[in-house]
Ligand binder design. Sequence first.
Ligand code: S3P
Length: 446
Amino acid sequence: MSHSAAAKPLTARACGPLRGRARPPGDKSVSHRAFLLGLLSVGETLVSGLLEGEDVLNTGRACVQLGAKVERVGEGRWRIHGMGLGSLLAPREKLDFGNAGTGSRLMMGVVGGHGITARFDGDASLRKRPMRRILDPLVLMGAEVLEQAEGGRCPILLKGTPEPAPIEYRTPVASAQIKSAVLLAGLNALGRTTIIENEASRDHTEKMLAFFGASVTSEPFGEHGRKIALEGRPELAPRPIVVPVDPSSAAFLIAAALLVKGSDIVVEGVMMNPLRSGFLATLLEMGARIDITDRREEGGEEVADLRVRHSELTGVDAPAARAPAMIDEYLILAVVAAFAKGVTRMNGLQELRVKESDRLAAAAAGLSANGVKATVEGDDLVVEGGAGACPGGGLVETHLDHRLAMSFLVMGLASDRPVTVDDETMIATSFPTFRPLMASLGAEFS
Ligand code: S3P
């Protein structure tokens, strides 16, 4: 489904203390992978806690186009009857991923390793995003790019190979999407596919593959990297998947409670995977009052309840090596930094330029529009905080970027003057319950 709704502006204004408990929706990365592994195994995969956002639902639709039966059996509960590895159908229509970089890129890996041809497309934001990084290794494995828009962008017509070559591939940038696309193509290879990454990226694909019975190993490589090896042609057996709460969505609730005076909330069941926890680590360094309680396991991941209270924060230097573990949280971190005492420097953000929008430029522009001094120095973002206050009063352009919209709405809950985003509709791609959940804690948008 393409996102075609007309733009709807939304304004956030200062509110009273946030109070209560809330459970954000399921993790987007895990939800995409649940559909894909359901498609690739024979039999029934039951998923609970699935994120029912547009991005994930587009992946579900694409799985149906490749032959899976996908059924919603309750709130967040889905049943997938897979076709199995090597048995996918060629889709008759194009696969439309809307806004979803993850869905489209991981599915390119699936198609690249099968003897089928598929056309990949999406909305104006997706059409701007670089796909060569995915196509290059797939071509090495034997896939062919029959058509592509300028610069290796969507729409792309990809012809997969029924016998992908097992390769050893060093990812040029730390990206779980590249790693996952190669692993998913490598599933159908006769032999071992190896990925080397200099900086470890989120590990949901390899964890879920192992859970479904594939032989996959992951070992440290260099100072921050990993080497992942997958034996091809495994028997993938469907397993029930419990999707843990998305730390990238929880980030907005956490930030709001830290910034709105008097707030004291509990965010329940947040996934604590260390490769996703960079934001939490940075907030704690800034002096955030966050208590991590009731650590437990859900769906193969450690989760915890986070008690978050309004805090006086101090600017920090966020190291580049931490970027992969908080890659989706820099926009909301930039907003938090606007309220901290002193300067926050976020280093090594080159990958932010190729997300749903150019998030580096958009963060600086949004902050400036709200009276915050922010500069981009090379690949770093430098924000001067207002020691507990932020002028606000700006109109923020969201460029079809859900996280940009949510980040600046959070700013408006604590800034001196209201903050307006030019479009809230994209929020539905990753966090369709954002407004009711925030309202349940006492946040006002209009
Ligand atoms: C994702 C990986 C990240 C992240 C995206 C989800 C994934 O992208 O930004 O929102 O599920 O694999 P990169 O790994 O390409 O940085």
